[in-house]
Design a protein around this ligand. Structure first.
Ligand SMILES: [Zn+2]
Ligand SMILES: [Zn+2]
Length: 444
């Protein structure tokens, strides 16, 4: 391949504009998406002005030495990747179902087999049936956000409600804070006080989710910045632990600031959003079934049984959309390598397959990459749902094609029991089936 720099060497990294190619010193750059597929390149501030006007910008490939000479800092992005649109009409969302008057202000909800649990601003946990309108107080949480907490990067302390699928247990925890509690809803009692070391806890949501192991409910939660535990929510007895601090090694999992947790549909794998120093957003996944089966031992040894997988890091960027499609495939929201230059899109990884990425790195197999999805991600029916921008968009995650959209509907939760996407609003909820089924054809 003939390089634009004229050197007899392999092409390195992205194409660059002619100003970067000929620069004798570092040039700060923007990432320019041309709108042709995922094509993108590094361009200088001058060329960025042209790109913003829609004028053509020439670029070419250079060698590694030339790239090193001119490589400055990324300052932003311009343009968007192409979106493959194969949309057909799909049914919209249902009407607003208002909350019962006695609920007052509702700050979060959690679907269960018994109905929807609502967290009222005063701490009451209510079981609500949106069909019949029945509403019953099940428990009262005393967890509160700190009025004097200073938000980090705009992340205010926020109360979140979590629940076990069977509706026996709920947890209220402070995202971007450090406290929470687990409640048993039959008796309405607190069974566990949740605490951790609060080390940089304002950077991440409270790591917490409910799952099931051997027919028992399990709550998975952060116990300190770099440790997750699995506990019986009824008794507080440990179900599975990570090895203790004194057994710490250089292992990557001991250096993660664990954040939001995401469970695969059948509960065999888990993912954590979060970060590592310097800082880089570092999503990770591991095999929950092996951890539960083997406990602390699953984390030790040269190839730990938990199959800890690091997904591609992104500088200064975490708390991003992500979701499991199935037990193997995990989707990360956003294309790019730096918080300054992320664009809407999705990257699909098969975390069970490791591939050689060159330069002694290996990583999970990226099976699809496409532009478009933004906002919260949900998955059902083998499809990806995104809830940003204009509203709900439905994506086929192998081809990356958008197959439908519901403008104005911005779901906040997935109810796996009823397979519905639910939008929590101040007044109530709106719902829509989590399917990609097209609207019935009315032309015939
Ligand atoms: Zn330029
Ligand atoms: Zn060169």
């Amino acid at each position: 391949m003939e390089l634009a720099c004229g050197h007899d060497a392999p092409p390195y990294d992205l194409p660059v504009c002619e100003h970067i190619r000929t620069a004798a010193e570092e040039v700060d750059f923007s990432i320019h998406y041309t709108g042709r597929g995922l094509e993108h390149r590094r361009i200088c501030a001058l060329c960025r002005q042209d790109a913003e006007q829609g004028w053509p910008v020439a670029s070419g490939r250079i060698c590694e030495d030339c790239s090193d000479t001119s490589y400055g800092s990324v300052v932003g992005s311009v343009g968007r990747p192409e979106v493959i649109d194969a949309s057909r009409p799909v049914p919209g969302a249902g009407p607003l179902v208002p909350f019962p008057a006695e609920a007052g202000t509702v700050v979060d909800l959690a679907p269960t087999e018994q109905g929807l649990l609502l967290l009222a601003a005063d701490g009451r946990i209510l079981l609500w049936d949106p069909e019949t309108g029945s509403c019953a107080e099940k428990a009262r949480s005393t967890v509160t956000v700190r009025a004097d907490a200073k938000p980090w990067c705009g992340h205010k302390e926020t109360l979140r409600l979590h629940a076990s699928r069977n509706g026996r247990f709920a947890a209220v925890a402070v995202d971007f804070g450090g406290t929470g509690e687990v409640l048993e809803l039959e008796a309405g009692t607190v069974t566990m006080e949740l605490r951790h070391d609060n080390y940089h806890s304002d950077t991440v949501p409270y790591s917490l989710l409910f799952t099931v192991h051997g027919g028992r409910d399990v709550v998975v939660h952060r116990t300190r910045w770099n440790r997750i535990a699995a506990t019986d929510p009824a008794t507080g007895e440990p179900v599975a632990l990570m090895p203790r601090e004194e057994e710490e090694t250089e292992a990557a999992w001991t250096h993660c600031f664990y954040g939001a947790l995401h469970l695969s549909p059948a509960g065999t794998r888990i993912a954590s959003d979060g970060w590592m120093w310097h800082p880089v957003g570092q999503p990770v996944t591991w095999d929950l079934a092996r951890w539960f089966a083997e406990g602390e031992a699953a984390w030790t040894g040269e190839t730990p049984a938990v199959d800890f997988v690091r997904l591609p890091p992104v500088a200064y960027h975490w708390n991003r959309p992500m979701v499991w499609l199935d037990e193997d495939r995990f989707v990360l929201g956003g294309l790019g390598e730096d918080d300054e230059a992320m664009v809407p899109g999705a990257r699909v990884f098969d975390v069970t397959r490791s591939v050689d990425l060159g330069r002694l790195y290996s990583g999970p197999d990226e099976t699809a990459t496409f532009g478009g999805p933004e906002g919260r991600f949900f998955a059902a029916d083998g499809l990806l749902f995104s809830a940003g921008g204009p509203g709900l968009e439905i994506w086929e995650p192998t081809s990356g094609a958008r197959i439908g959209s519901v403008p104005g509907f911005h779901p906040t939760h997935h109810d796996p029991v009823r397979n519905e996407l639910v939008q929590l609003t101040e007044e109530g909820i709106r719902r829509r089936p989590a399917t990609g089924t097209p609207s019935p054809d009315r032309t015939g």
